[in-house]
Design a protein around this ligand. Structure first.
Ligand code: NAD
Ligand code: ZN
Ligand code: ZN
Length: 348
């Protein structure tokens, strides 16, 4: 079968021929219905040095996947061939306390995982191919009724990651609170809707692209603005001087982190989602008092079940553009050039 593969660091992925996978004991092969095109793949392909991660190319891209059960290995129960499923992407050891809690992103025994700190499309072969080998049946979640694999695929990362970020800040997102999402692309357009669906906070959206700001307003943002020199004062005014309780930064460069700190409210959260490589000075006076700053990586399996439920109930709309496997390189090019709205999904 054909697959879109990263063959070496600092290169563009290429379409090549690979053997079809088969399900061994405990494994499942998923026929891919959709594989999301994530900005992290661009970082992966171009920003990492050989040796920086505990894994590396060659592997098939695509860490945001849904499809249908194609083949089940010996010992796998409860899954039927043809059943629509989403794939929980972070693949840990399955036995440490974090994996048992379903937070396989933070597996504490990575040496016993299929690949340390990665998963399908991140060190192991991912979903940018007709078939995806999933090493353990627990990663395969049946889709709730009303959700098809193409729509569901982005929910497994572009949905799950901001869901995890928003969920951990729920206690701060009271009806009198304000949340701000920076970067209204694949993840950010989901973040706005997750805030809308799960909290009563006011929502501010920030993006450099006018089309993204229009999309943010359509999806429920109360204020949408560009990160220009007036942005901080406009946000302060919108919050009647109080500031933003929860900042979800889906860009993470120096200037977006500085904006988050500038508009943050005391006792608030600044959550770094984007891999923009920025840094934030921390000192007694550099942040609002008692503002917590955290980075987040993906989300947990129980949270994915909740996100799929939001999708099935129509509370989380995936703004998507479909690309065939042949067109996948074009999708990545458009993503790099900021020409996509919401998420691109490859349908092999
Ligand atoms: P995307 O390209 O779809 O969206 C990025 C958005 O940010 C675009 O709308 C773009 O116009 C906007 N933007 C760019 N620079 C900006 C700036 N200076 N100010 C405001 N807006 C700006 O990307 P995506 O797939 O949504 O990913 C977003 C980031 O999150 C990437 O860095 C990606 O690697 C990262 N990511 C992190 C995790 C995690 O677990 N932490 C998971 C997935 C993706
Ligand atoms: Zn991703
Ligand atoms: Zn583990």
């Amino acid at each position: 079968m054909r697959a879109l593969r990263l063959l070496e660091w600092k290169s563009d992925p290429v379409l090549t021929e690979v053997p079809e996978p088969h399900a061994g004991r405990g494994e499942v092969v998923v026929r891919v219905g959709g594989a999301g095109v994530c900005h992290s793949d661009l970082h992966l392909a171009h920003d990492f040095e050989p040796g920086q991660l505990p894994w590396g190319p060659p592997f098939t891209l695509g860490h945001e996947n849904a499809g249908w059960v194609h083949e089940v290995g010996e010992g796998v129960t409860g899954l039927a061939v043809g059943q629509p499923v989403a794939v929980y992407g972070p693949w840990g050891c399955g036995a440490c306390p974090r994996c048992l809690a379903g937070i396989e992103t933070y597996c504490e025994n990575p040496a016993a995982a299929p690949v340390p700190g990665g998963g399908g499309g991140l060190g192991l072969d991912g979903g940018m191919a007709e078939l995806l080998l999933v090493p353990a049946a627990r990663h395969v979640l049946p889709l709730p009724e009303g959700l098809d694999p193409v729509t569901a695929a982005p929910l497994t990362d572009a949905g799950l990651t901001p869901y995890h970020a928003v969920r951990r800040s729920w206690p701060r997102l009271t009806p009198d609170a304000t949340a701000m999402v920076i970067g209204i692309g694949g993840l950010g357009h989901m973040a706005v809707q997750i805030l809308r669906a799960t909290t009563a906070a006011r929502i501010v959206a920030v993006d450099i692209r006018a089309e993204s700001l229009t999309l943010a307003r359509q999806l429920g943002a109360d204020l949408a603005l560009a990160p220009d020199e007036d942005a901080a004062s406009a946000v302060r005014e919108f919050t009647k001087g109080r500031g933003v309780d929860v900042v979800i930064d889906c860009v993470g460069n120096d200037s977006t982190l500085a904006l988050g700190a500038a508009v943050g409210r005391s006792l608030g959260d600044l959550t770094i989602v984007g891999l923009g490589g920025g840094t934030l000075p921390v000192s007694f006076f550099s942040l609002p008092y008692e503002m917590s700053v955290q980075s987040v990586y993906w989300g947990s399996r129980p949270e994915l079940i909740e996100v799929l439920e939001l999708g099935a109930r129509g509370l989380l709309h995936t703004q998507l553009t479909r690309f065939s496997l042949d067109e996948a390189p074009t999708a990545y090019r458009k993503l790099a050039q900021g020409e996509l709205e919401g998420r691109a999904v490859v349908t092999p």
